[in-house]
Design a protein around this ligand. Structure first.
Ligand code: CO
Length: 468
């Protein structure tokens, strides 16, 4: 019998699964009652923080994301907690100075994060170094995620080279982050085998079911020696989310990859989440469209989330008939901009510019600030050069930088501290403010108002400012 190598599982239902299917709207209150059972499964880790959860908590749920993390830490006594981190952009959409990145990593670890998955939308490793070094310093596990994509530049040699450099920079593991579900089963065999030949770091695979191939891709990747896969409990699996945890567990039962997980326990956890799914279907929060196979994602190599963004942008402009024209424009714009992977924020930048190019009837007649920022090097280096004519038309003779973009940023923590001092109730508040200044300020005001409500003496002094 072959040597035993149980496949490890990262459960995504508390982060990516509900981000992908219900716009990140699961509340802490909905999550907490099931944590005790999830903690008994034996997961390698539970991904539960970062990505869009931070923004959505503050903006839509009126929850403090730090408080959610501390509650997870209290509840998960045996399971590692994992987060998703956008390199120098942290959880926001612009590059931050190193002091903010370092402080964010420090506070994430202090509040309970064990594994930090760090990626950059251009795979420019210079944008990851500060976060990786900070994670090392805090004793957290630094996982570097390669934003997986297809294109001329993305050869097996490209991925092998980047994996070697990731190992050299001090990462503890590598993740192949296939946000669009583009990695096909037999390509997974090749990619995992080749990466294993150049690095001794553990390799994790993250994909989405959008194009319908994900569980087959996992099967081939596991056979090729991948160490960890990302799955979601069945009520929030499939479609634009991950393959189902129970299905992958059952698939490897009795093989050298057997997880040893208890299906009865998994069934109880699924029973808990099913009514939340039903409720989301009923309210329209969960769109059945997102549950099917979207083969366009393979044809146009566009992530599921980006497809739905394009649809809504065109709808707003009353130009839904231009959908296919825009889809065909996306790969052209991507090429003009140096063929970046399409993941936050490059997906939004390429998508919006493609919409403009089609709607204006002339390419790059109207150019977004973000397109200009890419073309001046402010997001970092792309794998291919920019199209020189497009660059000229968009930015003229503006200066183009080639250094690590954050090298041009002055430390900004002190300034941020002074701007939000009046709202500060905990050290972490400055980080919420740094990422989402307006949204966090609204939240801080809401938080204060809530306190006033339950304190009758304080309410008197508010002069009826708050409705009762
Ligand atoms: Co994902």
């Amino acid at each position: 019998m072959a040597e035993k190598k149980p496949i490890k599982i990262t459960e995504t239902i508390l982060r990516d699964a509900h981000q992908s299917l219900i716009a990140t709207r699961m509340t802490t209150e909905q999550m907490l009652p099931i944590i005790d059972k999830m903690d008994k499964v034996g997961y390698h880790s539970v991904e539960c923080w970062g990505g869009a959860t931070f923004d959505a908590s503050l903006r839509f749920l009126k929850e403090d994301p730090w408080d959610r993390l501390r509650k997870f830490r209290d509840g998960f006594k045996n399971t590692k907690l994992q987060m998703l981190f956008r390199g120098q952009n942290i959880l926001g959409y612009r590059p931050y100075a190193d002091d903010v990145v370092e402080y964010f990593v420090q506070k994430s670890a202090a509040n309970g994060i064990d594994i930090i998955r760090i990626f950059d939308c251009l795979n420019d490793l210079r944008n990851l170094q500060t976060a990786v070094t900070a994670a090392n310093k805090e004793g957290a596990h630094a996982q570097v995620a390669l934003s997986y994509t297809l294109g001329e530049a993305y050869t097996i040699d490209y991925w092998k080279d980047i994996a070697k450099r990731v190992e050299e920079m001090g990462a503890n593991s590598i993740c192949i982050k296939d946000m669009a579900g583009l990695l096909l089963p037999y390509q997974a065999t090749e990619l995992v085998t080749e990466l294993k030949s150049v690095t001794s770091l553990p390799i994790q695979l993250h994909t989405h079911y959008t194009s319908g191939v994900a569980s087959m891709t996992y099967l081939k990747a596991v056979e090729a020696g991948v160490d960890v896969i990302d799955t979601a409990m069945s009520p929030f699996a499939l479609g634009t989310s991950q393959p189902a945890t129970e299905v992958m567990v059952e698939t490897f039962k009795g093989t050298p990859y057997d997880t040893g997980f208890d299906q009865q326990l998994l069934a109880e956890i699924a029973d808990y989440f099913r009514p939340i799914r039903d409720e989301a279907l009923e309210s329209g929060l969960l769109n059945p469209k997102n549950l099917g196979v979207n083969i366009k994602t393979l044809l146009y190599q566009v992530p599921g989330g980006m497809l739905s963004n394009l649809t809504s942008q065109l709808k707003e402009q009353g130009a839904e008939d231009k959908y296919y024209q825009v889809l065909e424009e996306v790969p052209r714009v991507r090429k003009d901009l140096g063929e970046p992977p399409l993941v936050t924020p490059s997906s939004q930048i390429v998508g919006t510019q493609s919409v403009f190019n089609v709607l204006m009837g002339e390419r790059y007649k109207m150019v977004t600030k973000e397109t200009k920022d890419i073309l001046t090097g402010h997001y970092g280096a792309t794998v291919k050069p920019f199209d020189p004519e497009v660059q000229k038309k968009c930015i003229g003779d503006a200066e183009v930088i080639t250094c690590r973009p954050a090298d041009l940023l002055e430390p900004e923590l002190d300034k941020l501290e002074s701007e939000m001092a009046q709202y500060k109730e905990q050290d972490e508040d400055v980080l919420s403010y740094a990422l989402f200044p307006q949204v966090a300020t609204e939240f801080f005001k809401y938080r204060q108002a809530q306190k006033t409500k339950v304190d009758p003496n304080a309410a008197d002094t508010q002069n009826g400012a708050y409705p009762v």
